[in-house]
Ligand binder design. Structure first.
Ligand code: HSE
Length: 300
């Protein structure tokens, strides 16, 4: 059996949707899997480090854990990993690798996992469902961890928006970006922060992109605390607006920032911002409507 597993990158939060909203992006992590006697993992992406022993490989360890949770053992195989997602930049590389491990175990051990189980396992490993849900389902997904063992989620109709990403040439670990956040909010501040998120979602759904951008940039949950960790934070927001974006936010925990603009304008904003950010990779992206995909072929 041969398998191809493809998983999109993601951007979490969209400003005020902290730990709840995620968006899938058209950059992908891809695994080519061939069954063979011994385990072997090969990288063919410049975003990935030199190959390590398969037993130390993040994706293998996730797959092995999931197999054990189901009292199974992974059969041997060769996995060729390609990735268009830079590591530790706020584009969901870890969530896509977690999902890759879950799907690998699902396929190799015939676990017949449902989407809900994959979401639950991924969230248990990641700690929050936003990136996992977006990479699993594609589009924009809104999640709520209302009770233990349950994640309520809804995939929104995918809006016609272009995304521009400003990817700096340094990493920012999520733990560090979470450590600067307050442990609690007053009821007054929490109410205001969640109202901003509510209006953002409603304005995306009704196509009021100007209001959506204003709400994205009014986040009170995390951006005010993280802005000091992100070089050029204020300049990027201001310039992107001049270049035609209606809103610019930190992608996930950063350090990448992303702008939202009307469909068809991504290349214009990207060209304008490339001139302002010489040390960044500036990339016009699309929302990936597809999430995790598996293509299986059987040889005789
Ligand atoms: N919602 C998460 C955060 C995404 O902002 O910390 C990054 O893992």
């Amino acid at each position: 059996m041969q398998l191809k597993i493809s998983i999109p990158a993601s951007s979490a939060n969209l400003g005020p949707g902290f730990d709840s909203i995620g968006l899938a992006l058209n950059r992908y992590l891809t695994l080519q899997v061939n069954e063979q006697e011994k385990w072997e993992i090969e990288h063919i992406s410049h975003f990935l480090p030199l190959n390590t022993d398969y037993e130390d490989h993040f994706i293998y360890k996730i797959a092995d854990t999931i197999a054990h949770w189901h009292n199974k053992t992974l059969p041997g195989c060769k996995v060729i990993v390609d990735s268009e997602i830079p590591l530790a930049r706020g584009l969901g590389s870890s969530a896509s690798a977690v999902l890759a491990g879950i799907e690998l175990a699902n396929q190799l051990c015939d676990l017949s996992l449902t989407d809900e189980q994959k979401l639950l396992y991924g969230t248990e490993i990641e700690g929050h469902p936003d990136n996992i849900a977006a990479s699993l389902f594609g589009g924009i997904v809104v999640t709520a961890m209302t009770q233990n063992e349950t994640i309520d989620y809804i995939k929104m109709p995918t809006p016609n928006l272009d995304i521009v990403a400003y990817i700096p040439n340094f990493e920012l670990k999520t733990d560090r970006a979470r450590n600067v956040l307050p442990q609690s909010f007053s009821i007054k501040n929490a109410t205001k922060a969640s109202a901003i998120s509510n209006v953002m979602i409603a304005s995306i759904l009704t196509g009021d992109h100007t209001l959506a951008g204003k709400m994205m940039e009014s986040d009170l949950f995390h951006e005010p605390y993280r802005s000091d960790l992100i070089p050029n934070y204020v300049m990027i927001k201001q310039e992107a607006k001049k270049g035609g974006a209606f809103g610019t936010v930190i992608s996930g925990a950063g350090p990448t920032m992303i702008s939202f603009t009307t469909s068809g304008k991504g290349a214009v904003v990207s060209a304008y911002m490339t001139g302002k950010l010489s040390k960044y990779e500036v990339d016009a992206l699309k929302i990936s409507r597809n999430g995790l995909r598996v293509h299986k072929t059987f040889s005789n």
